[in-house]
Design a protein around this ligand. Structure first.
Ligand SMILES: [Zn+2]
Length: 434
């Protein structure tokens, strides 16, 4: 792999065109008509973004290797343009101690396609009874900055308060999966007329909103940072908006699927559309879109949740919750933010790179494309429309967008100055003696 190469005539998020020379892992020069040894890659009509960062990925390893491994999840991530992801803690064994987060960190480093940051569990075994070794995981070589029991809610208010206090003390963040369990027993899909007509137990909006409101109060009392995973309801958006207006240190994410898909897909009875939190109504989709546009919701996070086919086919009530997301997130961001809402590519960079990197405290991700910075870049062709295949780089196939035509194609993913994805369809010219 060449140590130096030139991205020729690439478009930046402000619409200007330039050349970018990458050398020894860093951005060495930016400008027109640069000379740079090594390969010249024609990037005409392609957009350069700071490498995408996901705050919410399920890699399943250790313990769920039939669904995904750190290697296959890394490949899916770079195919989707990510240069950093956060691996959720609900593995088997749970990532609630230094040993497991170190395993994830070390294994990902061996794969080496992108930066994989383990998320540490908040409670031992995700059981919600006793705090995990948050400080130990934070100071370990895995340097965990994000803690979450995702998949489960830290529903005990006393424990959540202790966790927020601990996180504030060390400068970390608690990412809450907001779901009051007493209000969602046996819940299968969004509560409402569609659930009633299908005879499925409904999942009320307030189960999500009551935890968000509670946790914001707890975080405010402590001056702690709180991150809300996968906000999905209009009411949740209103709570976060009001909290931010009065200065709460709360951040929030929305998934690609909650920006695009609605509960009517459950009428197919195809468990591909079964997800936690559930797909909601059109009014909720409009509310989370508006919140993403106005900054109430800070980021798009994939909640990439691979499952084997036998857990996503058959009876809805028996199927697993979750859908794939890494390989389609940028296309959905382009469709929603640019095509539908009329925002620009800077907004895409903000919600898929700059802000998630800031929340996760990643020093070399989400940085401006500027001389001296580590070269973590995503090069996208915004004019390509592509039919989504169910089969991608993920080991699983539970892709709810299969068959849809979405805009945008990731052409190259550059991690630490090396190609972790290089699309051979683009014409390359070689110059010099490399
Ligand atoms: Zn979750």
């Amino acid at each position: 792999m060449a140590k130096e190469f030139l991205l020729k005539n690439v478009t930046l998020v402000d619409g200007s065109n330039t050349d970018i020379c990458i050398s020894d892992g860093r951005i060495a020069a930016i400008g027109s008509d640069l000379s740079c040894s090594g390969e010249i890659i024609d990037c005409t009509a392609l957009i350069a973004l700071p490498g995408l960062v996901d705050l919410h990925t399920h890699l399943r390893q250790p313990g769920g290797e039939q669904s995904e491994t750190i290697a296959t999840g890394s490949a899916a991530a770079v195919a989707g343009g990510f240069t950093a992801i956060h691996a959720m803690a609900n593995t088997n064994p749970v990532a609630d101690n230094v040993s497991v987060v170190s395993f994830v960190h070390d294994t990902a480093n061996e794969v080496g396609l992108l930066e994989v940051r383990p998320v540490g569990a908040v409670t031992v075994g995700l059981e919600g009874l006793q705090l995990a070794d948050i400080s130990g995981m934070h100071v370990s070589t895995a340097s965990v900055n994000v803690f979450s029991d995702d998949g489960k809610c830290v529903s005990d208010a006393r424990l959540m308060r202790e966790a927020l206090a601990k996180a504030a003390e060390i400068g970390a963040v608690i990412a809450q999966h907001a779901q009051e369990p007493t209000l969602t027993q046996d819940a299968q899909m969004n509560a409402g007329e569609v659930a009633e007509s299908l005879g499925l137990t409904g999942w009320p909006n307030i189960a999500e909103e009551i935890i968000i409101a509670r946790d914001i109060l707890l975080a405010d009392e402590l001056g702690a940072r709180l991150h809300i995973c996968h906000v999905s309801t209009k009411g949740a958006v209103e709570i976060v908006r009001a909290a931010k207006a009065r200065g709460s240190l709360v951040t929030a994410e929305v998934t690609p699927h909650h920006l695009l898909l609605t509960e009517e897909l459950a009428e197919t009875r195809d468990a591909l559309y079964k997800v936690n939190p559930p797909l909601r109504t059109k009014a909720d989709v409009m509310a989370v879109r508006e919140a993403l546009a106005d900054g109430t919701i800070d980021i798009i996070a994939t909640d990439h949740a691979p499952h084997p086919a036998d857990k996503k086919s058959g009876d809805w009530a028996e199927a697993a919750f979750g859908m794939l997301g890494l390989e389609t997130a940028l296309s959905i961001a382009q469709k929603v933010l640019i095509d539908d809402l009329g925002l620009g590519w800077f907004k895409v960079a903000e919600v898929l790179s700059i802000s998630p990197a800031r929340i996760g405290k990643l020093a070399n991700q989400g940085q401006p494309i500027a001389v001296g910075n580590e070269a973590n870049l995503t090069i996208v062709n915004p004019n390509a429309a592509r039919q989504i295949e169910s089969l991608g780089k993920s080991k699983s196939t539970n892709n709810p967008y299969a068959g849809m035509i979405l805009p945008g194609q990731v052409m190259h993913t550059i991690f630490r100055g090396q190609f972790s994805l290089k699309n051979s369809e683009i014409q390359n010219r070689s110059e010099g003696n490399q």
